[in-house]
Structures are given as C-alpha cells and as structure tokens.
Design a protein around this ligand. Structure first.
Ligand code: DC
Length: 219
C-alpha cells in the first residue's frame, strides 16, 4: 500500500505519517529531506542559494545514505535549512534529478533497519501529484499559517533551539508562497486527495479521520 500526505510546512504531516506507518507497517519517506540535503550542502559550502548549477550538481550526486548522514546535522531541521530547501526545490533541474530516488523507494520499501515493509508512506508537497500519482490513498493536510507557525515555534523551543514567533510566522508564509507558486510541481492537493484542515483538530482526531478514510478506500 502506498499513502501520500502532502501539505504546507508544520501542518502535521510528519506526526500523522509516523502514526500511520506504525499502524499499517509502512516505511516512511519524508521527501522534504532530499531538498534539505541539497540546501544544507549549499549553506555549508558557502554557495549562493541562487546558483542553480551548483544546486543541480548537489542534487545529481545525492544518495540515500548521504541524505541520512546530512540529516544528523544540527542545521538540517533549522529555519535556515527549511528556507534553503524551499529555494533549491523551486529549480526544475534539482527536482528532476531527485525524482528517481524518491520514486524508487516505493518499489522496494524498507524500514531503517533494512527489513521489508508492507508499503510506503510519503510526506511532502508533490508526492500525490508527481512522485506517486497512483498511490492507494492521498491526503492533503493543512492548517492556518498562525497555527502552523505556533507548532513549529513549539518544536524549536522543545529542541532547545532559540526562536521568535513573529519570525517563524514570516518564514512559514514565505515558504507557503514559494512552494505553492513555483512553476514546477507546485504544492497543491491531487485531484483525488482527501483534504484535512487540522487547525482545530488534535493529533488523535486527525489520525482517527485518516484511518477511517484509509479503511473505506482499501475495503
Ligand atoms: O517538509 P519540509 O519542511 O522538510 O520541506 C522543505 C522544503 O522542501 C519545502 O519548503 C519545499 C520542499 N519540498 C518540495 O518541494 N517537495 C516535497 N515533496 C517536499 C518538500
């Protein structure tokens, strides 16, 4: 079974994905990681994020193990890391170079320890529209920008990072704007996606609703 969960930053995709992956024995691919891996290398190598050719080079050379190694860097999940990922993800040549790696995961989904899984759950912006257009169940998870900024702010604080709510909100809005309006694979719900607005829903409500939808689709 392949499930896709798309939507804007901090809408709750990761939390829902992890819970569904556990329930259904699915491997999890957080596809934002491929863009974070490229963006982080640009930041570390002091390359201007506007340099498309250099971003394409890093996308071309990215492997799954390399991405996992970069994910341990303290800046991988930072605001700057998310911003860099959003910028490089707007380049068509970067997206095309990272497409196969993302699609291959669905052919042979495995858990982190290498054991085979019952399928895969993808989280991102274009997983239901471009990466896995034939997924069994598709979701588009969203919430107001204020609610998402508050969730992201709380995450940063919980991790012991410093954060300023107004800045986090501005970042969330800037990323939404860029992710939704880029020319190639803009963030949008697939025509056959179930749209869930989590602004006023707790994690359990979102999970229960998603399970109800999955069960009705796979019956
Ligand atoms: O989900 P995230 O915050 O880790 O994603 C970082 C950026 O990567 C996001 O702002 C846009 C880009 N992205 C994308 O273009 N397509 C995806 N499937 C996932 C992420």
């Amino acid at each position: 079974m392949i499930i896709t969960i798309d939507g804007p930053a901090a809408a709750g995709k990761g939390t829902l994905s992890a819970k569904l992956a556990e329930k259904y024995g699915l491997a999890y691919f957080d596809t934002g990681m491929v863009y974070r891996a490229v963006g982080l290398q640009m930041l570390k190598d002091n390359i201007d994020l506007a340099n498309v050719v250099e971003a394409e080079k890093r996308a071309e050379n990215l492997t799954f193990p390399k991405m996992m190694e970069l994910s341990h860097d303290k800046d991988f999940r930072s605001s700057a890391g998310g911003n860099a990922a959003s910028i490089v993800s707007s380049y068509t040549g970067v997206r095309s170079r990272l497409l196969k790696m993302q699609q291959d995961f669905a052919k042979n989904p495995v858990f982190a320890d290498g054991l085979p899984a019952n399928g895969a759950i993808y989280d991102g912006r274009d997983t239901g529209t471009v990466i896995c257009p034939h997924a069994d169940v598709k979701f588009f998870i969203t919430a107001s920008s204020e609610v998402r900024a508050k969730r992201r702010y709380d995450e940063f604080i919980a991790k012991g990072m410093t954060a300023d709510y107004a800045q986090v909100l501005a970042d969330v809005k800037a990323r939404d704007e860029r992710d939704a309006n880029r020319k190639d694979a803009p963030m949008k719900p697939a025509d056959d996606a179930f749209i869930l607005d989590t602004s006023e829903m707790g994690i359990k409500d979102v999970f229960d609703k998603a399970v109800e939808i999955i069960e009705s689709k796979i019956k």
